[in-house]
Design a protein around this ligand. Structure first.
Ligand SMILES: [Zn+2]
Length: 78
């Protein structure tokens, strides 16, 4: 296995880590419900993308609940 020839100095380590900072995501507000949303994405709360309804949020929520119930039942059986 290849091994580094010499120890990385504190300075070198820190210089590299100076690029590791995270930036906060840019958020915009939904024009329908005013919730914060990722730009160019349908709203997670109301399912609208601009003026158009893109996602049926209610059926999605039902599916999520059903999935959760199934999971709980599975853990009870064991
Ligand atoms: Zn919305």
């Amino acid at each position: 296995m290849a091994v580094p020839k010499r120890k990385k100095s504190k300075r070198r380590t820190r210089q590299g880590r100076s690029h590791h900072a995270l930036t906060a995501p840019t958020l915009s507000t939904c024009s329908k419900c005013g919730e914060q949303i990722m730009p160019h994405n349908a709203c997670q709360t109301c399912g609208y993308y601009g003026e158009r309804k893109a996602v049926d949020v209610e059926t999605k929520l039902d599916k999520k609940l059903k999935k959760k119930e199934n999971k709980e039942n599975e853990t009870k059986e064991k």
